[in-house]
Design a protein around this ligand. Structure first.
Ligand code: NAD
Length: 477
């Protein structure tokens, strides 16, 4: 069994484990509330050193061959497979999700690194048609050192995305992943080093988030910001990046609408959508959130959802048989209490859950609420937790209006057997990703990103690598 590793930052290849004069952050196991370790936090000198190193790393890596980049990425993918049990266990210990989910998350990284290994070798430019004696070419170059900020909800997958694309493109990267889940991020980075990545190319710092982001984004060395997290922080960071016209990729919040029409097999749909709702205790940016259910099946849908939610086994993610772990930090059950309490006060019906479980850790019961007024906070703020919000609608038009009501547009889902409706609505729903009769909306080759307040730019797919490139048009005579 893996012990939880000693926590560290990695700057210029040095593992900084002892805090010395630095401040620290206590990493806690969300299943027990007990401390796992002390994480040293970067001070200004650490961040300056990381920036200088990133500049050196960029000079090294922009001159690497596509084959060298591919070898590092596919080598790291192989090491992640070898270390899967250990890495997944660490992720469960510090984030709470079930061990099985942590392993799936890691395998998604494996798929992504292998895909990016291929994409690193497919960065093509083009030559334009010109008269004799003239030549015009379009080439793609790595954008430069990237500052990447990733959250705690996918402690292995988010760092994988933040590291994989810049490395495929020939950039260096300074990553600040969430202080709550540092060992998972370091585990992924270590696979890259062990596969041959020069130490200057990727580094991991932790710190007080606002201080780190202001310091890194205030430096002209950083040429791109990549952020995953809430819309409110995303807007703040985008403003900082704009001061220096840095490129940005922003993966922000969502409030996923799920349109369920009355032509579906209700039980079949519920068997898929209920486990999807409670995956990672609902702490997923593409989580299904507002179920917009047509009148004819509404009562059966609410009853069936509630019945299934009540059977979900909640416990420590390391215990066999657990289907949903704790929430990742104490802020989340607090938010659940506030949002569900507000909805019920405004007249929503609570069918199950709506309460914490036990007095250790950050557990919250799988919850179902229905008939929730549109002005309830939970209908407007991303709940990011294990609560399904079910509401009754009549016409297709009113369902689409509700789906598009919010300023978010990350993921949306639609369940209907009607082919013509499927085609009609895929144009109407304002979203970056749409699942039609499926909860599966990702894949290494599929661009992942949102519209409106859910952000801009993409990770994954060929677009993920292109987001780390800049174009140069060269004209010669
Ligand atoms: P938060 O917005 O404070 O933090 C989200 C992430 O951003 C964390 O990893 C945090 O360390 C980082 N962060 C915060 N301030 C930062 C700054 N100034 N510079 C750089 N990084 C910064 O929120 P939280 O309390 O951790 O979670 C609350 C909400 O955030 C959730 O309800 C959800 O809406 C959103 N969230 C979204 C995602 C996602 O995948 N899009 C992931 C985690 C949280």
């Amino acid at each position: 069994m893996t012990d939880y590793p000693q926590l560290c930052m990695i700057i210029d290849g040095e593992r900084i484990t002892t805090p010395g004069h630095r401040e620290t952050f206590t990493v806690v196991n969300p299943a027990t509330g007990e401390p796992l370790g002390e994480l040293p936090l970067a001070d200004a000198a650490d961040l300056d050193r990381a920036l200088e190193t990133a500049q050196k790393g960029f000079k090294i890596w922009r001159n690497s061959t596509p084959q060298e980049r591919a070898a590092v990425l596919s080598g790291a993918a192989r090491l992640m497979v070898e270390r899967a049990d250990d890495l997944a266990r660490i992720a469960t210990m510090e984030q709470g999700k079930t061990f099985a989910e942590a392993k799936i998350e890691l395998m998604m990284n494996v798929g992504l690194f292998n895909f990016y290994a291929g994409e690193a070798q497919r960065i093509y430019g083009r030559t334009l048609v010109r008269p004799a004696g003239f030549r015009s070419t379009v080439t793609y170059e790595p954008v430069g050192p990237v500052a990447a900020f990733s959250p705690w909800n996918f402690p292995l997958g988010n760092p994988g995305r933040k590291l994989g694309a810049p490395i495929a493109a020939g950039c260096s990267v300074v990553m600040k992943s969430a202080e709550e889940t540092p060992a998972s991020a370091i585990g992924v980075l270590q696979c890259l080093y062990d596969a041959g990545l020069p130490k200057e190319v990727a580094q991991a710092v932790f710190g007080v988030p606002d201080q780190v982001s202001r310091h890194l984004l205030g430096s002209p060395i950083i040429r791109k910001l990549s952020f995953t997290g809430s819309t409110v922080i995303g807007k703040h960071l985008a403003k900082l990046a704009a001061e220096d016209m840095k490129r940005t990729t922003m993966e922000l919040g969502g409030h996923g609408p799920v349109l369920v029409f009355d032509d579906v097999d209700v039980d079949q749909v519920l068997d898929t959508v209920v486990p999807q709702k409670y995956r990672n205790a609902g702490q997923v940016c593409v989580a299904p959130t507002r179920y917009i259910v047509q009148d004819g099946i509404y009562d059966r849908f609410v009853a069936g959802f509630t019945e299934r939610a009540k059977t979900i086994v909640v416990g420590n993610g390391l215990d066999a048989g657990t289907q949903m772990g704790p929430m990742a930090n104490p802020r989340r059950p607090d938010a659940m209490e506030r949002l569900i309490g507000d909805a019920v006060t405004r007249g929503a019906k609570l069918h199950t859950g709506g309460e914490r479980i036990g007095n250790r850790g950050f557990f919250y019961a799988p919850s179902v609420i229905s008939d929730v007024p549109l002005d309830a906070e939970i209908m407007n703020e991303e709940p990011f937790g294990p609560v399904a919000i079910l509401n009754r609608f009549g016409s297709e038009e009113s369902m689409v209006t509700e789906a598009n009501r919010l300023p978010y547009g990350l993921a949306a889902y639609m369940w209907t057997r009607d082919d013509r409706r499927q085609r009609r609505l895929q144009r109407e729903i304002e979203t970056g990703m749409l699942g039609i009769n499926t909860p599966m909306i990702g894949g290494a080759d599929a661009p992942f990103g949102g519209v409106k307040w859910s952000g801009h730019g993409h990770e994954d797919g060929a677009e993920g690598v292109h987001a780390c490139l800049v174009l140069k048009a060269v004209h010669e005579s």
